[in-house]
Design a protein around this ligand. Sequence first.
Ligand SMILES: CC(C)(COP(=O)(O)OP(=O)(O)OC[C@H]1O[C@@H](n2cnc3c(N)ncnc32)[C@H](O)[C@@H]1OP(=O)(O)O)[C@@H](O)C(=O)NCCC(=O)NCCS
Length: 253
Amino acid sequence: MNISLNALLDDLKALGLSEGDKVLVHTSLSKVGMVEGGPKGFVSAIAKTVGKSGLAVFPTLTGTPEDSASKPPYFDVRNSPCWTGKVPEAARVYPGAIRSLHPTHSVAVIGSKAKELVNGHEFSDTPCGEQSPYGILAKSGGKILLVGVNHDSNTTFHTAEEYAKSPFHMLELPALATIVDYSGEARKISVHLHRWGTERDFNLLEEQFIAKGIEKIGTIGKATCRLIESGPMIEIILEALRKDPYYLVVNGK
Ligand SMILES: CC(C)(COP(=O)(O)OP(=O)(O)OC[C@H]1O[C@@H](n2cnc3c(N)ncnc32)[C@H](O)[C@@H]1OP(=O)(O)O)[C@@H](O)C(=O)NCCC(=O)NCCS
């Protein structure tokens, strides 16, 4: 049976999302059930809930484990598909959405201040750092919504790892990536890349998030969902990483 747009709006409200919120959304839509309007319908529900004064942000990631200085990423903001699911794929072509130009960690944003959030992402020191949409959202009262997925899909953990300069997280050599902007113009930029391959468990701190009142668990359709305050979450992760930089690494150092 289809989950109607109105049912989605009710569930989002019950979870605590409201007009004016800036929210980064990670999704497994199959966990929600069959949604009215499919992935695009789901994007509309988020955009409608936060309204024009809010920001609906979707991770349209394109980075791969093969990216390196010798195999630099190529990114076309208009055409490069993301690997983060059908909802962000629908978001990047949603009417009025703007996608950032970062060649591995772009986001697609809907809302009247979308341009301000995506501006300059490609020049951020690190993909999820202070000047990236992930860092900016955290500093400005942003939230993270995990729909049918757990913290392993929570990209903003990398923001904390980048602040903490986690020793296993970044490749040493930058890469000269090619980015193609909305006008079709291609240019080369130097970017720092994530190092893949170190398994982490991002669910380890969830009890603390809940105990400190910064995470709420609910449901959207049939999916278990989590709504988290991004800034305070990063503070908690940083505290753990200061004590032990390998805290999140599966089997430790
Ligand atoms: C990989 C991942 C996207 C797969 O999730 P998924 O639920 O299988 O797939 P999607 O989210 O792309 O949604 C597609 C599903 O929507 C569902 N769906 C709901 N309503 C629908 C509708 N009206 N029409 C069509 N499909 C619909 C279908 O089940 C569809 O599955 P199908 O294509 O196999 O038929 C998910 O597990 C995940 O990891 N999400 C988070 C990604 C992320 O943000 N990562 C950050 C990394 S740091």
